[in-house]
Design a protein around this ligand. Structure first.
Ligand SMILES: [Zn+2]
Length: 241
C-alpha cells in the first residue's frame, strides 16, 4: 500500500490522520483498509462499509458492528478473556465499534462549536472569524482548527490540547473503517495482552480504551512500518513517519 497516495504529503489534515490513525492502513490482507485518509461524505462511507462487509454481534445490550475478520478475532479474544475470569465489553454501547460519517460530524461539532464560543468569549478569536469558521466546509474547518491550535487555541473538550487527541476529524475515524473497538477493560494488562494475541493493538496515542484490528502478530508489526511507543506503561504501535 502506498501511503503517500492515500494521504498526500501536501495535505496537512491527511498527513495528521496518517500520523495519528495510520496503523489501520497497514493491517493484514484479511481486512479492507479505507481507500482514502479522509472520507468526504456519508455516501463514500456507506460504499466503503458495504464493500468491507460488516458483521454484527450482541455484547451485553450493545450491537457491535465490525469487519468480519475483526469481529471473529474479537469474539475469540472475549472467549479467551472469559476463560480466565475476565471480560471484554464495549465502552459507550454501539459507538464502541462502527460509526457512520454523521457520527463523526456530530462528535466534531461537540468539540468545535463549544470551543469557538469559548475562545470568542475570552477574546482570543474575533466573532467575525468564529462565524467564518462555522460557515466553512467541514474539511476546511479541520485545517483551520489545526492552524489555530499551533497558536495555543485548542479545541479538545478541556481546551488544553489538540482536538484530534479528543476525537477524530470528521470522516477519518478508525471506527468508520470498522476496525476499531473501545473496550471498558483497557486498564487490565492481561486483557491488553489477550487482545494483542488476537491481532488487536493500541495504535492511537492517548486514546487508551481504543484498540485497532490489524490481524497480525506483534512480531510482524515493525516490518509493516509501525514502531512501539510506551505511554503510561501501555504499548502503542504507531506509524513510523
Ligand atoms: Zn475508539
Amino acid at each position: 500500500m502506498n501511503l503517500s497516495i492515500i494521504c498526500p504529503e501536501g495535505d496537512d489534515v491527511a498527513r495528521r490522520v496518517l500520523h495519528d490513525y495510520g496503523a489501520m492502513f497497514v493491517g493484514s490482507d484479511d481486512i479492507l483498509p479505507p481507500p482514502a485518509c479522509v472520507f468526504a461524505s456519508e455516501d463514500q462511507v456507506s460504499e466503503f462499509q458495504n464493500a468491507a462487509g460488516g458483521t454484527s454481534e450482541k455484547i451485553g445490550d450493545a450491537v457491535i458492528e465490525l469487519q468480519p475478520a475483526a469481529m471473529k478475532a474479537l469474539v475469540e479474544a472475549r472467549a479467551a478473556a472469559q476463560a480466565e475470569g475476565l471480560d471484554i465489553t464495549p465502552r459507550d454501547g454501539a459507538e464502541a465499534a462502527r460509526r457512520s460519517y454523521s457520527d463523526t460530524v456530530r462528535l466534531w461539532n461537540s468539540r468545535f462549536l463549544p470551543a469557538l464560543d469559548h475562545w470568542t468569549k475570552v477574546g482570543r478569536l474575533p466573532s467575525e472569524e468564529a462565524n467564518r469558521l462555522r460557515a466553512l466546509p467541514i474539511n476546511q474547518q479541520v485545517s483551520s482548527v489545526l492552524e489555530l491550535e499551533e497558536q495555543g487555541i485548542f479545541f479538545s473538550r478541556d481546551l488544553s490540547k489538540s482536538v484530534l487527541y479528543s476525537i477524530a476529524a470528521p470522516g477519518t475515524s478508525q471506527h468508520i473503517a470498522m476496525l476499531a473497538f473501545d473496550a471498558n477493560e483497557f486498564p487490565d494488562a492481561r486483557v491488553r495482552e489477550i487482545m494483542a494475541e488476537h491481532g488487536w493493538f493500541q495504535t492511537v496515542l492517548s486514546d487508551l480504551p481504543h484498540f485497532t484490528f490489524l490481524g497480525l502478530k506483534e512480531s510482524e508489526l515493525p516490518q509493516r512500518g509501525l514502531k512501539p511507543v510506551e505511554v503510561n506503561n501501555q504499548k502503542f504501535w504507531i506509524p513510523d513517519v
